[in-house]
Write a protein that binds this ligand. Structure first.
Ligand SMILES: [Zn+2]
Length: 224
């Protein structure tokens, strides 16, 4: 597992097999983990985090949406971090939070992986435009329904402007809209909303970074 560093404060781990990519953003003694994969390979990821988390006292695990390949590792990551004396909070858009708190296997798609999602309390429930604070960093939640009703992106307007996109937009394509709570026209609206942001790197839930942010989205809108 080779971490991809995106200076000044972000690290990407490419998901193994069906797992989502997993991101770590650090500032001071606080960390943000974005998505956790299915949980099958959690120990392979935390092995890498070990070196990055030395000073960390508090970690927020943010779920970009409610699919199992992005949230299945939440309990294992939490246990591991707490074992290191790190306080752990879960965060998500309020719609995703409701699904995770119900443990709705139909929407979460856990059954497709032969697994069950244990209902999970979400400590920080966010709406569109709300801010997530990590150390001195402020990340803005952009609600981008379409792939699922709760799908959201996180925008970090820093030295390098990053957009964590989950399964809303990838390099050259978008997330499926035929799964429970998906909607093609909402996805289209969400892409139009995302076009307004100035982004140096789009960091998706699967695949590699998106470099030409606006060209990538306008290309997709052209054939959607
Ligand atoms: Zn998904």
């Amino acid at each position: 597992m080779i971490p991809v560093e995106i200076p000044p404060n972000t690290v990407m781990l490419k998901g193994i097999s069906w797992d989502s990519n997993i991101y770590l953003v650090r500032d001071g003694n606080e960390a943000l983990i974005i998505d956790t994969g299915t949980g099958t390979y959690w120990n392979r990821y935390v092995e890498v985090w070990e070196g990055y988390l030395r000073e960390i006292k508090r970690a927020v695990i943010f779920s970009t949406h409610e699919h199992f390949d992005h949230v299945g590792g939440n309990p294992a990551f939490k246990r591991w971090l707490e074992g290191k004396g790190i306080e752990v909070l879960f965060a998500a858009h309020e719609t995703t939070a409701r699904v995770l708190e119900r443990g709705d296997d139909y929407i979460i798609l856990s059954y497709a992986y032969g697994r069950k999602f244990e209902p999970q309390e979400i400590d920080i429930k966010l709406g569109d435009g709300d801010t997530l604070r990590i150390g001195n960093l402020r990340l803005e939640l952009i609600h981008t329904p379409g792939h699922t009703a709760g799908s959201s992106c996180l925008y970090l307007d820093g030295e390098v402007r990053l957009m964590f996109t989950g399964d809303t937009v990838f390099k050259g394509t978008v997330g499926r809209t035929d799964l429970p709570t998906g909607s093609e026209w909402k996805l289209q609206e969400s892409l139009e909303k995302l076009m307004e942001f100035d982004v140096d790197f789009g960091l998706p839930g699967h695949g590699w970074a998106i470099k030409e942010w606006k060209d990538n989205i306008s290309g997709i809108l052209g054939w959607l």
